[in-house]
Design a protein around this ligand. Structure first.
Ligand SMILES: [Zn+2]
Ligand SMILES: [Zn+2]
Length: 188
């Protein structure tokens, strides 16, 4: 039984190990095995992640520079429709040969596991309040319709016309603003 369980995020580095100065580029096309992200948006299982890798052999270990491209799916934090947005992150991380505490990641049996680094970099790049568009108006607080789909949507204020008239007499113009049926009379 091998100790290292290979996943789509595992990369062999045996040809680079202990050869400082050697460098290799590699492309990883990952089909994401499990969802990851925050409560509102994330990269879903089955979706593709395209990873451009540069692997450099150093004295201490393997330096990984990566550009990750993919798509996150979730819902708009204001109007709750499904949204998708591109994920694009870069990171650089050293995978050390020794299990020195100074290094967070290690080379294990000639391989490196990019899963935690890719996941952390992507999750950090995701918005906590994703929106379908910057000016999303959200939902009507009274009836819940999506306001972007219903331009000009509003509710007649439930004010008895007699009260509206009283309001006008008392100078509370605001009360009549949303009742266009009432003819506007000039102030005398
Ligand atoms: Zn929205
Ligand atoms: Zn409404």
């Amino acid at each position: 039984m091998p100790h290292v369980i290979k996943t789509p995020y595992t990369v062999d580095v045996y040809d680079l190990m202990h050869r400082p100065g050697e460098m290799r580029e590699r492309v990883l096309d990952i089909t994401v095995p499990e969802d990851f992200g925050n409560a509102m948006i994330g990269v879903k299982a089955g979706s593709p992640l395209h990873v451009n890798l540069r692997l450099e052999s150093l004295h201490d270990g393997i330096l990984v520079s990566a550009e990750v491209d993919g798509t996150a799916a979730g819902e708009c934090g204001r109007c709750l429709i499904d949204i998708q947005q591109p994920v694009q992150v870069e990171f650089q991380e050293l995978f050390a040969y020794s299990s020195d505490e100074a290094f967070e990641y290690e080379v294990h049996e000639d391989t490196i596991d990019l899963e935690p680094v890719i996941r952390d970099a992507v999750v950090l790049s995701l918005p906590f309040q994703p929106v379908c568009q910057e000016d999303c108006l959200g939902l009507c607080p009274q009836c819940g319709v999506r306001l972007l789909d219903n331009p000009g949507h509003k509710h007649e204020e439930a004010i008895d016309p007699r009260w509206a008239a009283l309001g006008k007499l008392a100078g509370f113009e605001g009360l009549t603003d949303t009742t266009p049926d009432v003819p506007t009379t000039p102030n005398v």
